[in-house]
Design a protein around this ligand. Structure first.
Ligand code: 0R9
Length: 634
């Protein structure tokens, strides 16, 4: 290196620190961390576009497992920095560089980690940057975790402007360096929804696939996308406003479903835990509806809707642009907006616009109000039922429902107790005999569970199987559900490893997703993972989970053995079932988690809802559907 001085050493030490503890910078070195590298580079390109420069981004997954991101913005500045190094060298090698070069504006790179391009460079075996700017094509190349291999030099001339970054994650850092085309497409589609007019192209060179995302009316298109497969109750309503530099954009639509689905974003970054903007939006809607029914004498004089009543069946996207100076988040993860003005601004814009909408669209207004009234009545009925239980009157009913079905755990530390939901009475019997009685409770499920995506609230409340489940968990249901009141620290779905078992799993997951989502968010819902095979050596047995594992094991195993394939849990004797599937020391559980709320919502409604066409399309497009993205091993 030309000037290998004290600052160069500091830089290498900085990048070395990133390599030593990558988790501190990108969260983890698994699939999620690997993709974080992509978001980091793409966010720079998106920043450039939302500041008004460039309208096109291309991401190419190359055959050698490197990835190329291109934008048509102004190009990274190529002049000399005061340190004596070129500007690109500075921004790709110095941690947290960048800020002072840029003018004030909205940034996406303040996202979850927002660590900058130098961190990506530090974790790459090479990074190659090509800049089109000032009539020149310039190139700089780094290797081995950010060491300059070729300093910035001119390699050609061009009238174009833009930046192209290619990097290859370092095998020494990442267990798996394979980028997921699907993951990248999903995220890019979301960005394209949020930034109308931006075109994002994703290309997979390996599998010869390509997607182009480009939306003229992004938020409306986003709502259409989420509501595909649902029956609309209103048109899409969209509105926006600006105050004190805070820009609010909303698109929303009512459907005849029973759930609310609100997604919020700040500077194009998702805020999964909501925050002041969501609170303002919700308050604005509730006020607008309550004022409307009062001023127009629509319901009995003193009727007041709860927020949840007027949000039943509502899908909404809330997107705010907040200048960096007013940006505040709660907690470490930037997942919840804290900016106080965002609340009042969003509330007043929402209130005014919804009020106007209701006045202009009386028929739609009455349909929504009718639905909200039913929700209010159901809520009231549920409250009365709870009160009865509390006063002892309903306890009899509850005990009657549970008796003969639930085998309770005797342990007093509820957080250590586990509830197994078991398919069928025969497996339920084995599980009851084989379990650890202190900590494990068994609830056998008879027959198919109700598909709660298609059922009405009344049907759900009247369903015996689901009531049993709700009473057994004992923490309420729907808006009232609180995982802190759960009788169990873990709820474990245990079904046969066949199609019927998978169907029951999906029906239960749909129920938990719709009616006990906080249980999933608290990491308390699991799926048991029973073995498919046993190798019987006469004196002892060995269990194998999958076909692949069986083939592997057959290669190394010595001696005589018989292969036994379990068709169902009921075929295992109680000891076997306990040892392979229930014993915390030897079992493997799959923890259910929601990695992407919008996607989970869409999948549940498309796959479980009552429209057939979207489901057929989806199945045809996704023949190799696995639940890999939604579940993680414990
Ligand atoms: C392919 C991924 N794209 C990028 O990484 C990218 C960064 C970037 C950029 C600017 C323009 N386009 C970009 N693409 C830019 C230019 C100017 C000011 N700010 C940003 C300018 O012309 O004045 N930069 C991101 C950081 C920097 N540039 C900077 F720190 F070097 F200025």
């Amino acid at each position: 290196m030309a000037n290998y001085d004290e600052t160069s050493i500091k830089i290498l030490e900085g990048l070395e620190a990133v390599r030593k503890r990558p988790g501190m910078y990108i969260g983890s070195t698994d699939k999620r961390g690997l993709h974080h590298l992509v978001w980091e580079i793409v966010d720079n390109a998106i920043d450039e576009a939302i500041n008004g420069y460039g309208d096109y981004i291309k991401i190419t997954l190359n055959k050698d497992e490197s990835i190329t991101v291109t934008d048509n913005g102004r190009g990274v500045p190529i002049g000399m920095h005061e340190s004596g190094k070129s500007t690109p060298e500075v921004i790709y090698t110095i941690l947290h560089a960048g800020g002072k070069f840029e003018e004030a504006g909205y940034k996406v790179s303040g996202g979850l980690h927002g660590v900058g391009a130098s961190v990506v460079n530090a974790l790459s075996s090479f990074m190659d940057v090509v800049i089109y700017r000032d009539g020149k094509i310039s190139n700089i190349r780094f290797e081995d975790g950010g060491k300059v291999a070729i300093p910035l030099k001119q390699v050609g001339e061009s009238k174009k402007t833009g930046t192209t970054v290619t990097f290859k994650p370092d095998y020494e850092i990442f267990k798996n360096c394979h980028f997921s085309y699907t993951t990248i497409c999903e995220r890019m589609q979301e960005s394209a929804f949020l930034i109308s007019g931006l075109t994002i192209e994703v290309i997979d060179e390996e599998d010869d696939k390509k997607e182009v995302y480009s939306y003229k009316n992004g938020l409306n298109n986003f709502v259409e996308y989420i509501n595909e497969g649902k029956n609309p109750l209103s048109n899409i309503v969209s509105f926006s406003g600006v105050k004190n530099g805070i820009e609010v954009d909303v698109a929303m639509q009512y459907t005849d479903t029973y759930n609310e689905n609100i997604l919020s974003f700040v500077n194009n970054v998702k805020t999964p835990d909501g925050g002041t903007h969501e609170v303002g939006f919700k308050t604005g809607i509730t006020k607008a509806f309550n004022d409307y029914i009062k001023n127009n004498n629509i319901l009995k004089g003193n009727t007041v809707f709860d927020g949840s009543d007027v949000r039943e069946g509502l899908s909404a996207i809330i997107s705010l642009k907040v200048p960096e100076a007013s940006l505040q988040f709660e907690g470490q993860t930037k997942s919840k907006l804290g900016t106080p003005e965002a609340r009042s601004i969003t509330e007043s814009i929402t209130y005014e616009q919804i009020k106007f909408f209701l006045e202009e669209n009386r028929e739609t207004a009455l349909n929504i109000i009718n639905k909200a009234t039913k929700s209010m009545e159901a809520r009231e009925a549920a409250r009365k039922a709870r009160e009865q239980v509390r006063n002892g009157k309903g306890k009899e009913k509850k005990d009657k429902i549970l008796s003969g079905k639930l085998a309770k755990a005797t342990g007093k530390d509820l957080s250590k107790n586990e509830l197994f939901l078991v398919e069928g009475d025969s497996a339920g019997g084995s599980a009851k005999t084989g379990r650890n009685r202190e900590t494990q409770a068994i609830l056998p499920l008879r027959g198919k569970v109700l598909n709660t995506e298609k059922a009405s609230n009344n049907d759900i409340h009247a369903n015996e199987e689901l009531n049993t489940l709700i009473y057994a968990i004992g923490a309420g249901v729907g808006n009232e559900f609180d995982p802190k009141d759960s009788n169990y620290g873990k709820v474990i779905i245990m079904t046969d490893a066949d199609d019927d078992g998978a169907h029951i799993q999906i029906l239960l997951l749909t129920f938990f997703y719709r009616f006990m989502r906080p249980l999933i968010e608290a990491g308390m819902l699991y799926i048991a993972n029973p073995p498919l095979y046993a190798l019987d050596f006469g004196k002892y047995k060995e269990y194998v989970a999958t076909d692949e594992e069986l083939e592997e094991r057959k290669k190394t195993v010595k001696g005589a053995y018989k292969v036994q394939r379990f068709k169902g849990l009921g075929e295992m004797n109680p000891e076997e079932l306990y040892e392979t599937t229930m014993d915390p020391k030897s079992r493997s559980l799959i923890k259910v988690n929601i990695t992407d709320a919008a996607l989970a919502e869409k999948r549940v409604s498309v796959l479980m809802g009552d429209k057939v066409e979207p489901r057929k399309d989806w199945i045809e497009e996704n023949v190799d559907f696995t639940l890999e993205d939604s579940f993680r091993k414990e």
